[in-house]
Design a protein around this ligand. Structure first.
Ligand code: NDP
Length: 243
């Protein structure tokens, strides 16, 4: 690994598990100083023991706590909005409470955190890079994922507005949109071939993503090699959306 993130401070939300954790570890290996924000204190303790990062425990469903946590992380050079959540409910059974809760974590929290991060970058006159972790679900109708699909569609829209408004300040915003990614939880959820088979059949590369597949694209978009990328919605899906 090159150390191309040496001297950079990067805030990663949802760094306790899955894609966020893989991203935090990869950033650390490439020289970044990571600030990890997530809900479970136990996960933060474990991550800090592994990569020596600063940690912030926060429930991103709470807007005031989310704003305080973002401000506590400043100043940073980059942000990865990775925390996300879902519940399985049919369209007809989706409750107002779960719709609001999922929108709060998946769409509203990334906005709040990015507002504080970008405000501070502009105040300091510093450039920056932000990556929002969306999903292929923003572009398709995934059964039993009404609120989740809506939240990721909203997040893509937020990414575009951020790119347009923050670009003139030298702050680039892009999103990565993974297909099923084999985090520990997903490995369990997709271990049944009867369920995984049809989904795999729709992915031209014939496999699900690994957390590191997604982290690599996040780091690319954060890095100087992507200096002209802004407002891009980047599938990390083995060709799923191309079919
Ligand atoms: P995981 O469940 O493995 O990790 C999600 C992380 O986000 C956890 O650390 C979790 O903390 C944190 N988080 C969730 N809700 C909150 C909250 N209210 N406040 C603070 N932290 C919270 O998920 P993935 O790694 O799979 O997902 C990461 C991102 O990637 C999400 O945005 C997801 O939508 C997206 N994605 C995932 C795909 C997949 O197949 N895995 C596919 C496409 C997109 P805790 O456990 O403590 O709640």
């Amino acid at each position: 690994d090159g150390r191309d993130f040496a001297g950079r401070r990067v805030l990663v939300t949802g760094a306790g598990k899955g894609i966020g954790r893989a991203t935090a570890v990869m950033l650390h290996r490439r020289g970044a100083e990571v600030i990890a924000a997530t809900r479970s204190a136990e996960d933060l303790k474990e991550l800090a023991a592994e990569i020596g990062c600063r940690t912030i425990a926060v429930d991103l469903g709470d807007p005031e706590a989310t704003r305080r946590a973002a401000i506590a992380a400043l100043p940073v050079d980059a942000l990865v909005n990775c925390a996300g959540t879902t519940t399985l409910e049919s369209f007809l059974d989706t409750s107002v409470d779960s719709f609001d809760a999922i929108m709060a974590v998946n769409a509203r929290a990334p906005m709040i955190v990015a507002q504080e991060v970008a405000r501070d970058m502009i105040r300091r006159g510093r450039p920056g890079a932000i990556v929002n972790v969306s999903s292929v679900s923003s572009a398709i109708g995934l059964p039993d994922h009404t609120a989740y699909c809506a939240s990721k569609g909203a997040l893509d829209a937020i990414t575009r507005v951020m790119a347009v408004e923050l670009g003139p300040h030298g702050i680039r915003t892009n999103s990565v949109n993974p297909v099923v990614t084999l985090t520990p939880m997903a490995v369990k959820a997709w271990s049944d071939p009867a369920k995984s088979g049809p989904m795999l059949g729709r992915i031209p590369l014939g496999r699900f993503a690994q957390p590191d597949d997604v982290a690599e694209v996040i780091l690319y978009l954060l890095g100087d090699a992507a200096a002209m990328m802004n407002g891009a919605i980047v599938p990390v899906d083995g060709g799923f959306l191309a079919t």
